[in-house]
Design a binder for this molecule. Structure first.
Ligand code: SF4
Length: 187
C-alpha cells in the first residue's frame, strides 16, 4: 500500500479504514473490503485508485473490478465487529508482501504433511508470540485459527505456513544449513 493512503489509515479499525479510504478518494460509502485489501498489497492498484480520486464513474469500475474477487473473505458476507487497535506500517507491509507473493504464485498452498511439519516447528519456536491485536491481522490473516505471530517476520505463523511461497526466516540451531522448517536456509 502506498504511504499516502497508509498514513490515512494508520490506527483505524477495519470499518473505519474502509470509510476513511472511501472518503479520501471521493467515493460515497465505505470502500468494499476486497478493494481495500487489494490496495494494501498491490501498489499499482492503489496508485490507480489514488490517480482517479474524485472520478466517481472510474472509481466505481475499479472498486467493483472482477479481479478484486481474489481478495474476498467469508467474513465479507457475515461481518463481525473489528477490534479497535493501532496498526504498524512495517507489519502491514510484511504481511502484505507475503499475501502478494502468494497471489502471484496463484494462491497455491502446501501439502498437509508440509503444513504439519511447519506448524510443529513454529509451535516449538521461541519466535512465536501472541499477536499484537491490530486490524492488519484481521484483514490479511482473517482465516487463521491460531493467530500467534512469527516475531521474525511479523506474519501469522499458521497462515504463513500454508503458503507455498513462504520461507522460515530463522536457522535451525542444531542444523544451521536448514531453516527451522527443515528447508535449506535462504538468507
Ligand atoms: S516461521 Fe520460523 S522463525 Fe517464524 S515462528 Fe515459525 S519456525 Fe519460528
Amino acid at each position: 500500500m502506498l504511504t499516502e493512503l497508509e498514513e490515512k489509515l494508520d490506527g483505524l479499525e477495519w470499518e473505519e479504514a474502509r470509510a476513511a479510504a472511501a472518503e479520501y478518494i471521493g467515493l460515497p460509502g465505505p470502500l468494499p473490503a476486497p478493494a481495500l485489501r487489494r490496495a494494501m498489497v498491490e501498489d499499482r492498484y492503489c496508485l490507480v485508485l489514488l490517480a482517479f480520486r474524485g472520478n466517481l464513474p472510474r472509481l466505481q469500475e475499479l472498486v467493483n473490478h472482477p479481479d478484486n474477487r481474489a481478495y474476498e473473505l467469508p467474513e465479507d458476507l457475515t461481518p463481525t465487529a473489528a477490534t479497535a487497535n493501532r496498526s504498524t506500517p512495517g507489519l502491514v507491509i510484511e504481511a502484505g508482501k507475503a499475501l502478494n507473493r502468494w497471489a502471484t504464485a496463484g494462491f497455491r498452498t502446501v501439502d498437509p504433511e508440509t503444513y504439519e511439519r511447519r506448524t510443529a516447528a513454529c509451535a516449538g519456536c521461541p519466535e512465536l508470540t501472541e499477536p499484537p491485536v491490530k486490524w492488519v491481522y484481521k484483514v490479511i490473516m482473517a482465516t487463521a485459527s491460531d493467530d500467534r505471530v512469527c516475531g521474525a517476520c511479523g506474519c501469522v505463523a499458521s497462515r504463513k505456513a500454508r503458503l507455498v511461497t513462504e520461507r522460515c526466516p530463522r536457522r535451525d540451531p542444531s542444523r544451521p544449513e536448514l531453516s527451522r522448517w527443515g528447508d535449506p536456509f535462504a538468507a
